[in-house]
Design a binder for this molecule. Structure first.
Ligand SMILES: [Zn+2]
Length: 96
């Protein structure tokens, strides 16, 4: 890798494949600039990015489902169910 600051060839200081990616860190001996890059074909990176978005969307859904379940659990007894119905009916009434 060429240093973005001074144009010297950078020295690879670290190679991390523990996350399944080939991440390489570089340091420039000339100016001390550090940089990193992920090795691999561009398509593989794009697919990986798509997967990340997919996983993030799934996590959002899981989070929403979880908070919904928590709300239901916190409303114990008939009073909770009735107030839920009232809120539902109220929202229906407003939309009409
Ligand atoms: Zn440099």
């Amino acid at each position: 890798m060429i240093c973005a600051k001074c144009g010297d060839e950078m020295r690879m200081t670290e190679k991390d494949t523990s996350s399944g990616r080939d991440i390489r860190e570089y340091a420039c001996d000339g100016c001390g600039h550090t940089d990193w890059e992920v090795q691999g074909p561009a398509l593989w990176q794009i697919l990986s990015d798509d997967r990340k978005e997919f996983e993030a969307a799934q996590a959002d859904r899981a989070l929403a489902a979880d908070s919904g379940a928590r709300r239901e659990r916190s409303q114990t007894g008939r009073a909770g169910i009735r107030s839920l119905w009232n809120r539902l009916l109220a929202s229906f009434g407003k939309s009409r």
